[in-house]
Design a protein around this ligand. Sequence first.
Ligand code: FES
Ligand code: FES
Length: 157
Amino acid sequence: MRHEELTLEINGDLRTASFPTGIRLLDAIRRLGYTGTKEGCGEGECGACTVLLDGRPVNSCLVYAKQALGKRIRTVEAIGAGYPEGLHPFQRALVEAGGVQCGFCTPGIVVIGAHHLDSGGSLEDADIRQALSGNLCRCTGYAKIMEALRRAGGPAR
Ligand code: FES
Ligand code: FES
């Protein structure tokens, strides 16, 4: 198998490594140790693999690592950076609201929910549903995840 050396900027760190040619971004970041990002479907349907690329959410299973060259990759590991105890307000609210059950969807939900709040997204039900529409959760029924977003995005935001 052919390999290629790539330098990726992940959570502010430049990481250089040799990868199999054509590796997906999801696999590259996991190989580099950022295993918070999960693979669910591998087909762009579940959102478990969501990361931010230059501030925009992407399904990292659908992106070649090469496509991230020169871009800022932000994974779930960095979402709480700079907050008390390293938890973004949405992460804290998810725990408090009981929005985590099996936890498999949680990294992707954290990335997308924090992005929604940080980018000033609306807290109307329809807008929250829209924001979460690419992230499947088989356990919670979404009500507690939505509640957590409302809590975290409340008056203190
Ligand atoms: Fe990427 Fe499901 S693993 S969207
Ligand atoms: Fe299990 Fe969401 S908590 S899939």
